[in-house]
Write a protein that binds this ligand. Sequence first.
Ligand code: SF4
Ligand code: SF4
Length: 297
Amino acid sequence: MKFELTSENPLRITVISGKGGTGKTTVAAQLSYVLSRIRKIVIADCDVDAPNLHLLLKPEVVEERPFFGLKKAKIGEKCTSCGLCYELCRFDAIVEENGGYRIDETRCEGCALCYNACPEKAIEMVEGERGKVYISNTKIGRFVHAVLYPGEENSGKLVMEVKELARAEADREGAAAIIVDGAPGIGCPVIASLANTDVALVVTEPTLSGLSDMLRILDLTEHFRIRSAVVINKYDLNEDVAEEIERKCRDRGVEVLGRVPYDETLPEQISMLEFPFRGKAAGEIEKVWDRLREFLS
Ligand code: SF4
Ligand code: SF4
């Protein structure tokens, strides 16, 4: 039986790549557009360190929520300037200033060592706003996105918040699919992007570094037992490496669902924020959905 989208059990697709710049967001955006013509969808941008899907989707924000990350240290008035916390902090987050000490919040990792060690109990661990999460309307569906304030880390936790909100929005809206533009790389944010995913779509490009990044991310999805398939972007720029990517995928039993040709009009469409995309690359991304349906059947 052919796979059908249903609001009872929304399909959760996460589009990822081993590193940035492979066309991951382009694929996620166009695929979202294709699915939005079939059923209601929710889109989530989990690339919270460098979000750019909002540029294409031109969201109208309907709700804004503060994001609270890890608690960070704050030195209070009881401090006697003994310097113990300064000695202990391994992250150089305590700064000597005017004969006293202060915390550099951008360096504080929230480990609470100073809090526990201070003989004067002069340090508090304080929750602060580290970013914002937005729920927006776009022409193709509800969109959950976020920003992390400059210098802030812990984007894995923010990614989890974006995903949870996207799921809640999908339930509220009766959406039949959640398309996640995942964080790049293989670190904590991408692992958070992949949580509760039905299928990971790995976007790669035909370069040796693209091949090696793809293999690393497939190791990750295999480790977490997430069904994965590959899209080769700009495959015709280096057909030898594209063939090597296909061979490696075959060896691992991973299907290649898209071979997106280089489209010289696409960079201009992207820079002019002309979305949905048109042309041969957009056409091939649209076919990825048909193949994904077969893959899921
Ligand atoms: S350990 Fe406590 S008292 Fe000593 S410098 Fe740090 S905050 Fe001040
Ligand atoms: S909480 Fe940890 S990282 Fe932050 S200032 Fe204290 S010792 Fe340093």
